[in-house]
Design a protein around this ligand. Structure first.
Ligand SMILES: Nc1ncnc2c1ncn2[C@@H]1O[C@H](COP(=O)(O)OP(=O)(O)OP(=O)(O)O)[C@@H](O)[C@H]1O
Length: 297
């Protein structure tokens, strides 16, 4: 179990990237969903002990990770948002090198580790090719292989599916799901389906604070009866935005389908819809954008 208590991070320019975050993250896949700039990467880097929060505490299975970052690092696998350089070195040699850095000393252990991982992430056939020539999906799978060196029991993956085509995304998510059964895996993303497909628990972070936490199924259940849909002409959209709390819009055959959030039946031609996680997410974002006066009304 990873536990964050009142974690706040303020950058030197005054940006409050994390604002009193308290979270308990159990074993399994955990989705951290939020828009750009919400603070996801700051949270991931903080848990990965790459930066120290301004205040708060973080423990992993009882280990105080701010006090003993080296102990945490032994148990951590981290796939950053931007892996940076993609060298002209083969996947095999690079993994071998990274295994040395992670402390896998004996060459026999390294050979076993590297070969097992290449097989697991389905890169065995291209193991002798340079990573520089890999596609986005292959790079991400390589990224997971390096994160898995040393059998970590805390794995952090920061926006791993951005830019992957659907097939590669699927393959990548399946791989994560396999890994995620016995360890804590935190998946940070702004893609709702990544979380809906994979994560038994999740949180929504906006402007540095946690706005929603729970099991996607329960969160969807809780939203039942408050999401309404209607097909309108595009030109009507502004008027609907004025009148209703529009949480999302989607084009369909030249028309616009609006989803609104309303605790009462808005009538006016709207039909109740069984919202999905996307509706839950968008209504959470919409609520944080709502002016305080409207909230009080
Ligand atoms: N080193 C830094 N110095 C100052 N401000 C920063 C720094 N890194 C991030 N920020 C700011 O902190 C806030 C949170 O950024 P962060 O990168 O953690 O968000 P994010 O949810 O990961 O966003 P994205 O999906 O765009 O990566 C943003 O306002 C960002 O501009």
């Amino acid at each position: 179990m990873l536990e964050l208590q009142n974690v706040t991070h303020v950058y030197s320019n005054g940006t409050r990237a994390l604002d009193d975050v308290t979270l308990s993250i159990p074993k399994g896949m955990y989705g951290l969903l939020g828009p750009n700039g919400a603070g996801k990467s700051t949270l991931m880097r903080t848990v990965a002990t790459l930066q120290t929060p301004t205040s708060g505490s973080i423990s992993f299975d009882g280990l105080d990770i701010l006090d003993q970052p080296e102990e945490l690092r032994k148990r951590l696998g981290y796939l950053p948002q931007d892996f940076g350089v993609y060298p002209r070195v083969s996947a095999y040699d690079m993994l071998d090198h990274m295994a040395v850095l992670k402390g896998v000393a004996s060459s026999k252990d390294r050979k076993d580790t590297v070969e097992t991982l290449l097989d697991q992430v389905n890169l065995w056939d291209v193991r002798k090719k340079a990573i520089a020539g890999f596609s986005g999906g292959m790079r991400q799978r390589f990224g997971i292989a390096q994160a898995l060196i040393g059998n970590p029991d805390l794995i952090i993956v920061d926006e791993p599916t951005a830019g992957l085509d659907p097939e590669e995304r699927n393959r990548f998510l399946n791989l994560l799901a396999e890994i995620g059964e016995n360890v804590v895996v935190i998946l940070s993303t702004h893609i709702v389906e990544d979380v809906a497909d994979l994560c038994p628990r999740m949180a929504v972070i906006v402007e540095g604070s946690i706005k929603l936490e729970g099991a996607p199924k329960e969160l969807i259940e809780r939203s039942r009866g408050s999401i309404w849909a209607k097909t309108i002409a595009r030109a009507e959209l502004d008027a609907y935005r004025e009148k209703y709390e529009v949480i999302s819009t989607r084009l369909f055959a030249g028309n616009t389908i609006v989803h609104i959030q309303s605790d009462k039946d808005p009538t006016d031609g709207f039909a109740a819809v069984d919202g999905g996680l996307e509706d839950v997410y968008f209504s959470t974002l919409s609520a944080t954008r709502r002016p305080v006066s409207a909230e009080a009304a």
